[in-house]
Design a protein around this ligand. Structure first.
Ligand SMILES: Cc1cc2nc3c(=O)[nH]c(=O)nc-3n(C[C@H](O)[C@H](O)[C@H](O)COP(=O)(O)O)c2cc1C
Length: 477
């Protein structure tokens, strides 16, 4: 379906946003299926470089990675990545994946190129063959890859940028600079650094794509917020640079915002949609909104619509391994699913919503040497140099770098576990596989409407038809 046009030539915004879900749960296939129905498909921007090189090491069976790389504006970069990572043979199941260097502030040119390319590939494929909306989802806390990922996705014509897990005031200037094909910069949080020290990463598009001189279209910018206070402060600070807001409730899957008080959510964590509406920006309500009634109720509050994650994560097109998806859905039907808002698991320090059920190998306090590094924290060491540590890595190493034992308690290596959930997990040195970890929102009642047992699957088309009563335009937009 084409994007609907207003009389002034601008495009109308969709009522349903498929939330970005990392790592590679909302991959290009899922986002494309949603966008083709006229709604907003969103690709996860987390760890796309590793996702790309693992798909290449797995032989790129359907040729999609190589097709997208062939469309990248600098073939020298594409070819170098293929030469290093592509294998035409199927990888033996007990062979560990080759690893790239961990992301850091002084990222080598080759790694910047890989990350630009990886962002391009995922959006290029999600946009292939239609004119619908395609967005990218970034986590503000995963800073090292933000600049190259944004450039890569803008080269592929990404329509919207969603940023959660922080206060994303630094993003709009980057979008403006890249749209003019000019250098951009990002201030990096360095723990323990004195306030006068200002650490920034820089990226000049012309340095990486010297023969490419086109202006890029500036994607819309949609921060993901969890409180009226943050929504108001972003709109006040950024004004017109905010194109709309996604307002998340702590029922949602993935990371949740920390509660305003102690370790449990209460009335102070609720928001009033009319106060968000008063900010005058389009907004979408998020968290447990996967029903036609919730969509209509959201619109009645003045919202543009809803953002939905779990219902798309459980659909056929998502990246979650089929056996995990089926077992989870069966456990839901059996009443055997347990939800935990885990306040300790995530190295980000944010609560993380886990689902667990008997017999399901859920990753726990399994501590590797950090070999992916997306959630490492940059800190200033005793010599005043910038160093990195992850509270989910081997404790001895974390403590040796001055890490606090309380911070390390209960942490899970999300990078490795989440890659295992989508079938891209690493093989351990003893030949065993990394264990997966699953996150879903607390309300899965959409399954009662979408499944016709014994069939445990449904498609994006089924879901959108259910949400919109079979007629996308019935949303009233
Ligand atoms: C499997 C999964 C992974 C998620 N990963 C991310 C993420 O990487 N970034 C993000 O902003 N939100 C993430 N979310 C949250 C979703 O984008 C969405 O906001 C949320 O799922 C909506 O609530 P619902 O699950 O009740 O529909 C994730 C959710 C799920 C279910």
């Amino acid at each position: 379906m084409e994007k609907k046009l207003y009389k002034d030539g601008s495009h109308s915004l969709p009522a349903i946003i498929q939330g970005g879900m990392g790592v590679a749960v909302s991959n290009w296939q899922l986002a494309r299926a949603v966008s083709r129905k006229g709604q907003m498909g969103v690709v996860s921007g987390t760890a796309l470089d590793t996702v790309l090189i693992r798909r290449l090491q797995d032989g790129d069976a359907d040729g999609a990675m190589r097709r997208a790389i062939a469309a990248f504006p600098c073939q020298k970069i594409g070819q170098a990545v293929l030469d290093k990572w592509y294998s035409s043979e199927t990888r033996p199941v007990d062979k560990p994946y080759g690893l790239k260097p961990l992301p850091d502030i002084a990222m080598a040119r080759r790694e910047v190129e890989l990350t630009i390319l990886a962002g391009f590939v995922e959006i290029y494929l999600a946009k292939e063959g239609h004119e619908g909306w395609v967005g990218i989802n970034l986590l503000e806390k995963i800073q090292m890859s933000i600049l190259p990922t944004l450039l890569g996705t803008m080269l592929a014509g990404v329509d919207a940028v969603f940023v959660g897990g922080g206060i994303p005031v630094s993003i709009p200037p980057i979008l403006s600079a890249f749209s003019r094909f000019e250098p951009a910069e990002l201030k990096i949080h360095v723990q323990g650094a004195s306030p006068e020290k200002d650490t920034r990463m820089h990226l000049n598009p012309a340095e990486y794509l010297p023969v490419y001189r086109a202006r890029l279209s500036r994607p819309r910018f949609f921060p993901i917020v969890s409180s009226e206070v943050l929504a108001k402060s972003l709109v006040r600070k950024l004004g017109d640079a905010v194109d709309g807001l996604v307002v998340e409730h702590h029922r949602a899957g993935g990371h949740n915002a920390p509660p305003r008080r102690d370790q449990s959510y209460g009335p102070k964590d609720e928001y009033e949609p009319s106060r968000i509406a008063a900010l005058g920006k389009p907004f979408w309500l998020d968290g447990g909104k996967a029903s036609p009634e919730a969509l209509q109720a959201a619109i009645a509050t003045g919202a543009q619509g809803v953002q939905i994650g779990s219902a798309f994560a459980c659909s056929e097109e998502s990246g979650i391994l089929k056996n995990i998806k089926n077992a989870t859905i069966q456990a839901y039907l059996d009443g055997a699913l347990k939800w935990v808002t885990d306040f300790k698991a995530s190295p980000t320090g944010y609560p993380f919503k886990r689902v667990q059920f008997k017999g399901y190998a859920d990753a726990d306090d399994e501590r590797p040497v950090c070999n992916l590094g997306y959630l490492r924290h940059a800190f200033e060491d005793a010599k005043g140099q910038i160093a990195y540590r992850c509270p989910a890595a081997v404790k001895k190493l974390f403590y040796a770098k001055g890490g606090d034992s309380k911070e390390a308690e209960g942490k899970i290596c999300l990078c490795n576990s989440l890659l295992a959930t989508v079938g891209l997990g690493q093989v351990n040195p003893d030949g065993s596989k990394r264990r997966p970890l699953l996150t879903l929102g607390e309300d899965l009642s959409f399954l009662d409407h979408l499944l016709s047992p014994p069939k445990l699957t449904y498609t994006v088309d089924d879901l959108i038809a259910y949400l919109t009563g079979g007629v996308p335009d019935a949303t009233g937009i």
